[in-house]
Unconditional design. Structure first.
Ligand code: PGA
Length: 255
């Protein structure tokens, strides 16, 4: 078994009704199942989690939610608790830049969500990344490191499987302008893993999976997976197209 098995996750965002989700999964299932050695994860909108969990049962394809709320239960209209997510999911995406920017999630909110997820036995896919402005000001390293430390402060992460990090530069998300694999690899090596080492020690830092996200598609996936520090991808737009997503999963098999 490889130290860090590649992981390809699809973030469907606010796309697909249950009927549409079922059609998309049906279309991609044969292609996904034909690829071994790559962990596959689908993160559809919440209503599709229950039907997909039944369909994917025993098929070695994971499910993740796109958000949760940290309180256990009660008067929080519109929210999902970690326990509700855990009924159907192994993972939960937290700290996505759209949540930070559109829904004003703070580092402190994300920290609470990470802790609630871990306490419920869910694996956070924690997203971090700098904006274009921050990138152009040469602040990518500082922003990524501070987002990681803020979100993970006080978290009990004793095994590498408990957590996945997704480095997603905001300027690369949904723009068709992916970061370069080389620059991403350098940032993962010089910033993400050392920050994780400072928080959880060398062992966790070298064994946690770190994904790249931002305009990944079937054509450019392999160039990211060729880099030593990049353990997979968090895919938005291309995860809504069966052939594209299967193509990315196939590219990850070369790792
Ligand atoms: P994208 O989105 O692949 O459409 O750029 C990635 C993400 O937001 O996770």
């Amino acid at each position: 078994m490889m130290a860090r098995p590649p992981l390809v996750a699809g973030n469907w965002k606010m796309n697909k009704t249950v009927a549409g989700a079922l059609r998309l999964v049906e279309e991609m299932l044969p292609g996904l199942q034909a690829v071994g050695g790559v962990e596959k994860l689908l993160c559809p909108p919440a209503p599709a989690l229950m039907p997909l969990s039944a369909i994917l049962d025993g098929k070695n394809i994971g499910l993740g939610a796109q958000n949760l709320y940290w309180e256990k239960e009660g008067a929080y209209t519109g929210e999902l608790s970690a326990a509700m997510v855990k009924e159907f999911c192994q993972y939960v995406i937290l700290g996505h830049s759209e949540r930070r920017a559109i829904f004003n999630e703070s580092d402190a909110d994300i920290q609470r969500k990470v802790q609630a997820a871990l306490a419920a036995g869910l694996r956070p896919v924690l997203c971090v990344g700098e904006t274009l402005e921050q990138n152009e000001a040469g602040r990518a390293a500082e922003i990524v490191s501070s987002q990681l430390r803020a979100a993970l402060e006080g978290a009990q992460v004793d095994s590498a499987e408990a957590l996945v990090i997704a480095y997603e530069p905001v300027w690369a998300i949904g723009t068709g302008k992916a970061a370069t694999p080389e620059a991403t690899n350098t940032l993962l090596r010089n910033v993400v893993r050392p920050t994780l080492a400072g928080l959880f020690g060398e062992h966790v830092a070298t064994s946690v999976r770190v994904l790249y996200g931002g305009s990944v598609n079937a054509a450019n996936g392999a160039s990211f997976f060729a880099e030593t520090e990049i353990d997979g991808a968090l895919v938005g737009g291309a995860s809504l197209k069966a052939q594209e997503f299967v193509g990315i999963v196939q590219a990850a098999q070369q790792k």
